[in-house]
Design a protein around this ligand. Structure first.
Ligand code: SF4
Length: 260
């Protein structure tokens, strides 16, 4: 067990170094960091592209410029404002429910009390909100509180499965919780952002560009995929008749791009 643990830590360190060599160290300060606004943003990010999430967030901010104004919104008003992001009814309910509970429990719209909490406790608190899962909680804890949380999105899950860092049966939450303790101190944000970038630009759902990948030397799937070919195999992991995933159908968004 101890050997496996050391192995995973070492492999993550190697992966992170290779990614930083290709992409550099991303700037974590460019992202929305106010915890409550970040919570709203991450709820809006669910099951949509970053571009539509950003459009929904911009309309929400325009229509409800303060958190008290947002909390006082009628559900139908909020749904209308965020419709472009999809699942408007569920997201409006989750946002209004979270704001009402924070106000009731804390006497205002602040999550600053989480700052001094141990990571597992802070995560348990956040995931007790309806509509808030481990990924959303980890994004808040990492980007708003600087904790050593490791959010795993669909890109990171796909890449880490191909690298053999998590079992192929892992889901987002299991992968996040198994990888998190083995990411190097202070490296959670950079590794998170660089793995997402790799997943979007190189290790795509279909036709990953293994021959151009900075991780080829440490990736079992990439080695299998390029063996004797000299170039990647198109259509990897694609089932006949299954349409391409959403991120391949449209242009990749920019903006507040730390959530997939
Ligand atoms: Fe993905 Fe290929 Fe890179 Fe492995 S070598 S991480 S499968 S693109």
């Amino acid at each position: 067990m101890a050997r496996a643990v050391r192995g995973l830590s070492a492999r993550l360190r190697e992966v992170s170094g290779l990614l930083a060599g290709r992409f550099g160290r991303p700037d974590l300060c460019a992202h929305e960091t106010d915890p409550v606004r970040n919570l709203v943003l991450t709820i809006l990010s669910q099951n949509t592209t970053d571009a539509n999430r950003d459009r929904a967030y911009d309309r929400l901010e325009e229509r409800f410029p303060s958190l008290p104004a947002l909390a006082a919104a009628r559900p139908s008003e909020l749904e209308e404002a965020i419709r472009v992001g999809g699942l408007a009814r569920a997201k409006a309910k989750a946002i209004l429910g979270a704001l009402a509970r924070i106000r009731e429990e804390r006497g205002g719209y602040s999550l600053d009390f989480l700052r001094g909490m141990p990571l597992p406790e802070a995560r348990a608190y956040l995931t007790s909100f309806p509509g808030v899962g481990v990924k959303t909680a980890n994004i808040l804890l990492l980007f708003s509180f600087g904790m050593s949380a490791f959010p795993v999105d669909t890109h990171i899950l796909r890449v880490t499965k191909r690298l053999g860092l998590v079992p192929t049966t892992s889901d987002l939450a299991k992968a996040a919780l198994s990888l998190e303790p083995h990411v190097g101190a202070g490296d959670h944000g950079a590794l998170h952002l660089n793995l997402i970038r790799l997943g979007r630009e190189v290790c795509r759902p279909r036709a990953p560009l293994c021959a151009e990948c900075p991780l080829l030397s440490v990736c079992p799937e990439g080695k299998r995929n390029t063996k004797g070919k000299g170039r990647p195999t198109p259509g990897l992991n694609t089932l006949p008749g299954v349409p391409p995933p959403q991120e391949e159908r449209g242009a990749q968004p920019k903006g507040k791009g730390f959530i997939a």
